[in-house]
Design a protein around this ligand. Structure first.
Ligand code: 1OR
Length: 282
């Protein structure tokens, strides 16, 4: 995830709206690319439309450097519409891009020199997004997301012993997902690689190992056992209505929630018979 530590929301106020006309087909193509890109995942509908309007189609011939490593003037972020490109750092290719790939965010996020040279390897068409719009949408949404997550995390009982900066670190790695009523969030027997906090709605767990069902509401967690014990999922968790969860992957779970292991293990008693039967091995 991208840390927004050094970003000030102050400079995102009062940015003039940029509009480059485009067809509905082009707009749809841009929307699809935005939804596939993590940088844009926190944008609300309005912010998304601002980006769709603001991007401008720019072609580059094969062999052209679109971005040059070390450049201190950086005004543009690029989304590849068609063709291929590569990123080169100090002479080595570090990344290759195809349609939907995007680059040039680092200098804009951190006010830093360009960290890589990005070269068109075929003739390409890019959607170019100007610095001001990038900052007023992407960075603004990152701030909003971070603040909303921090507020939620402050109300999660499991995390109450953490310091504010520890919660802030967790806020930055959360991925939000939505499930409709009846959808399975995790399934018994599957390999598990994510831990979940329930943000909105209600869910319940059922297990073939045990007759107990558990209900989950805002602020509750699940999915920790597979991660703590490196085992398959011991229960199925199903959304009872429209549910929003915030998930944390295995790496971040270990890194950021490691200190909470004793609480998580102590709380395993809630699974009752399951634990006593030795099905869950601590
Ligand atoms: P930028 O604004 O610095 C160059 O302009 C862009 O190349 C950069 O944003 C990223 O979008 C993109 N290190 C730095 N920049 C990279 C890298 C990279 N890969 C793509 N870009 N890597 C680390 C190399 C030591 C590769 C990471 C997979």
């Amino acid at each position: 995830s991208v840390s927004t530590e050094c970003l000030s929301p102050a400079d995102t106020a009062m940015v003039a709206r940029v509009i480059h006309d485009k067809s509905e087909v082009e707009k749809e193509s841009i929307r699809a690319k935005l939804s596939a890109n993590i940088l844009f995942s926190a944008l609300d509908e309005d912010q998304r439309n601002v980006v769709v309007d603001a991007v401008e189609m720019v072609p580059f011939d094969a062999g052209t450097d679109i971005i040059v490593q070390g450049d201190t003037v950086a005004n543009t972020f690029y989304i590849l519409e068609s063709g291929e490109a590569k990123a080169v750092v100090n002479g080595s290719v570090v990344k290759e891009y195809t349609a939907g790939g995007a680059f040039g965010e680092l200098a804009l996020l951190y006010n830093a020199p360009r960290a890589a040279t990005v070269t068109a390897t075929t003739n390409v068409t890019c959607w170019a997004l100007g610095r001001d719009t990038f900052r007023s949408t992407v960075i603004q949404s990152m701030h909003e997301k971070r603040e909303a997550h921090q507020k939620f995390l402050a109300d999660v009982p499991l995390l109450s012993s953490l310091a504010a900066d520890e919660r802030a670190a967790i806020a930055d790695v959360l991925t939000q997902r939505t499930y409709e009523a009846g959808e399975e969030i995790i399934r018994e027997g599957d390999a598990g690689s994510e831990f979940y906090l329930l943000e909105d709605g209600t869910a319940c767990s059922t297990s073939t190992l045990n007759a107990t069902t558990l209900d989950y509401k805002r602020g509750d967690y699940f999915g920790e056992l597979a991660l703590l014990h490196n085992e398959t999922r011991k229960a199925t968790v199903t959304a009872k209505n429209r549910v929003k969860v915030l998930s944390i992957d295995m790496d971040a779970f270990t890194r950021l929630l490691g200190n909470l292991q004793h609480i998580l293990k102590r709380n395993e008693e809630q699974y009752g018979q399951l634990a006593r039967d030795g099905i869950i091995v601590a």
